[in-house]
Each structure stands twice: as structure tokens, then as C-alpha cells.
Design a protein around this ligand. Sequence first.
Ligand SMILES: Cc1cc2nc3c(=O)[nH]c(=O)nc-3n(C[C@H](O)[C@H](O)[C@H](O)COP(=O)(O)OP(=O)(O)OC[C@H]3O[C@@H](n4cnc5c(N)ncnc54)[C@H](O)[C@@H]3O)c2cc1C
Length: 481
Amino acid sequence: MNLVWYRNDLRVHSHRPLQEALQAGGPVTAVYCLCEGQWDDHGVAPLRRWYVLQSLCELGEQLAARGIGLQVLDTGDFSQVPQRLAAFVREQGVERVFCTREYPLNERRRDEGVAREMAQLGVTIRGFDDSVLVPPTTLRTGKGTPYTVFSAYKKRWDVWLDDHFAMPDPPAKPAAKPVVFADKKTIDDALARLAVPASLTARWEPGEQAAGRQLDDFITRHLANYRKNRDFPSLTATSSLSAALSAGTLSPASCFHAARQAMADAGARDGAACWIGELAWRDFYRQIMAQYPRLSWGRAFRAETDLLQWNDDEVLFQAWCEGRTGYPLVDAAMRQLVATGWMHNRLRMVTAMFLSKHLWLDWRKGEDFFMQHLIDGDFAANNGGWQWSASTGTDAVPYFRVFNPVRQSQRFDAEGHFIAHWVPELKALDNKTIHEPWKQPLLVPDYPAPIVPHAGVRERVTESFKAVKQLYDTTQGQGGN
Ligand SMILES: Cc1cc2nc3c(=O)[nH]c(=O)nc-3n(C[C@H](O)[C@H](O)[C@H](O)COP(=O)(O)OP(=O)(O)OC[C@H]3O[C@@H](n4cnc5c(N)ncnc54)[C@H](O)[C@@H]3O)c2cc1C
């Protein structure tokens, strides 16, 4: 018996472990370990849990149609997975396990525990790097170290894919004798415990089939103009496929393949190249996560920045969370996040930089808050994006560069359409005042004045970063750690 152990790879198409399990000969079965306790520990958003559970339901049906039963084991948290999986393997007479590799530390420890149990049972376990386009330890600098600068990584990434990219596997064919997906109740019970409001779920369609349709729609309607439009949050210009990619209802190989095919049309070439660049960022952060375990301990990539003394002002933090900072673009973005479970990439950078630079609050607080709300909450991408914005990460924005929230607003929401939608108190303002409502306070009595001034932020941030660098170099020189 061959077992496919599903995790964040909830699909049948472009799924190497499933293909290999089918080709290995003999019957195939599948399992998913439901770890709600781990979701609690990792602060996973209820909306993301809903997306995963609904997608799991669809996966169960898809596998059943192919004659493969999916069993959902309610395992609490990762610590219980090795024993529960070992018991399952014994009961079912499994000889081989197939799965997609995961890179954060807790996931790797879980997998090491499972590998030990399987070794004792004489069961082989094979992992595949299907959640990325390039396996995380494949590309190395001339010194044999991991790449920590994106531009250099991307050059090698392109070349490697030119030589090695394999077409996504087609889905397994429907079976002559389908089985019944019997474990739906475990999922329904977990969904009932969640109780996510319909207002939040209405915008999203979980599952592999919806993700495939969404990819087709993006490629045909928006890819060609992606580079031109992707920074404007009031436009539908990006794919919104991040939830699908992070839960694995869609593979990065399917995305890459579709974008490459679209390049046959000269008009789409530039947009496609730009979008493929985003898939490279996704791989980049995953390879960083895989090779620098300290990120999984909540540490900054740049060690000296862990010496920064952050502000601990809960009032400022709450104002940021609730979209009441007095900066319209920041507030519109935060309200979009809370209302929909998603935020546009440009605005993730703007709000993250505002929290870490203007409010001088620890970027980890923002990272957690994003995770608690995002439908696409993904440890590697979220951590990478936060550390980029806070200038504490690998390929981070230089600390002396601070986005001006008013300039960002004038540039990327010039007409104020996005702001007017999410901050309706400001919708009557003209397209100049809407970016700086404090200039006409009588027109907007219900909207707060800026909670901190923009002036002086760059100087304060620059001084603080320089000071910790000096302190760090001195303590290192004295043999500190
Ligand atoms: C502070 C911050 C936090 C972030 N948190 C997350 C997160 O939790 N989950 C997440 O998937 N992305 C995160 N991102 C990256 C990016 O903002 C989202 O992937 C993107 O906005 C999703 O929208 P889309 O699917 O329309 O993207 P598209 O523009 O269509 O891009 C296609 C895909 O490429 C990937 N991608 C795009 N940009 C990035 C990036 N900068 N880093 C890594 N992958 C990228 C995503 O999988 C995305 O779906 C974060 C960025 C920042 C600055």
C-alpha cells in the first residue's frame, strides 16, 4: 500500500507525490493530519483555516473519484503526528509514504519525528520539493553559501529553470471504481468550531478547481498588463492566487507553465516575465526559511537589528490594527485586510513600513497581526515581507529609505478611489485633500489627525540602525554573541 500524506498541497493536479505513489504499483490511500492546536500556536487566521478545510473537502471528493480514500486524522498538534501516523500506517499496511517537503522548523521537526517512526516500521518515506519551482538548497553562491540577495538568486533561478523545469503532471484519471469520501464529518465539525462570518468568506472560492479557473482568468485578462498595473490597489491587476499557492490548491509549476506559455504572445511577454519574478520571490523566501532556522525562532535575519529597542505603545498598535492612524492609505489598507483577509502587495509594504518605521513598533507584532487575518498567511513570505519592510531581513530595503505614506498615496491611488472605498468618511474629499485630510479638518470631523508626524522619521530610524550596528560590532569585537 502507498500512502500520500497531504499537508499544504491540497490538489491532485501537478502533484508529484501522488503521481509517484500511483506509479509505485499497488493500491494508494491518502491521509491529512488536522492540527488545530498547531494552527492556534502559529496564529493562523480563521479565514485561512476555512479555506484549507473547504479545499480539503474538495480534495477528498477528487481523490474518491480516482478510487483513493482520504482519511482525516484529528491529531491536535504536530507533536502527536508521528505516533498517529505510525498507527495509521500499521493499520493500513502501508509500505511507502509520499509527501511534499515543508521548510519551517516546526514542520521539519514533525517530519523528522515521522521519519524516525517510519524507519522503525521499515516504511520508506519520500519527500518532493513541489511547493517551489527550484528546490531550496539547489542554488549556491560561488562560495557555496545560500543566496541572500534576490537579484543574484533570480539570475541563477532563471537559468536553472531553463534547464530543469518539468511540465506539471496531469491529474490521475478517474477510477472505474470510485470510492466514497467518508471523512467529511471531521472537516464539518472543524468548520463548525470556526464559525467564520459569511461576510468574510463570500469573496473567496476555495479548492483546486476554483484556483485553476482563477489562474486561467488572470492569464487571459490581466497578465499582459501586470507590470503596468500591479502597483495600483484600486485595479484588479494581480492574480489573488496567494491563498491557493500557500495552501497548495495550485502548484507554482502550473503558474510558471501557464505564464511561460502566455509568452508566446509578444504582447504578454513583459507582463509574464514580471509575474514570474514574483514566483521567484516566493521561492527566494522559502529557501531562506529552509536554510536559516533562526527565522523560525522569531529572530531577525540581520543579527544587529535584534538589538533595536522598539516602542511598546499599545495605543499606537491598536490604531494601526483598526485603520485609525490618520494616514488615509494606511488606514484603507488595514481596513481592507480586516474586512477581506487579503491586502494588496504595495499596501503590505506601506503598512509594514509604517508600523516599523513611523510607529517604531516591533515588526513581529505586525507579522503576527497579518498572520491572524490573511487568507494567504504564509510563514516564509510573510516573514520575508516584514523583514524586508523593517530593514532587518536578507534583501531588505535599506534602513534609510522610508516610504512617505502621503507620497505613496498620491502615486498609487492618485484619484483616491481605493481610499474612498475603504475609508468612507473621506469619500466626499477631492483627489488632493483625500491624501492629506488634516489640511481640511472641518470637512472630516470623524477622521483622526495623524497619530505621528512623518517629519523626522527617517533621521530617527537612521540613527537607531547606525547605533545598533556600532554596538553589535563592538560586542562582536569583544567576543560577544
Ligand atoms: C509585509 C508583507 C507580508 C506579506 N505576507 C504574505 C503572506 O503571508 N503570504 C503570501 O503569499 N505573500 C505575502 N506577501 C507577498 C505579497 O504581498 C503577496 O503574495 C501578494 O500580495 C499576493 O497577491 P497576488 O496573489 O495577487 O500576487 P501576484 O502579484 O499575482 O503574485 C503571484 C504570486 O507570487 C507570490 N508573491 C508575490 N509577491 C511576493 C513576495 N513579495 N514575496 C513572496 N511571494 C510573493 C505569491 O504567491 C503570489 O500569489 C507579503 C508581502 C509583504 C510586504
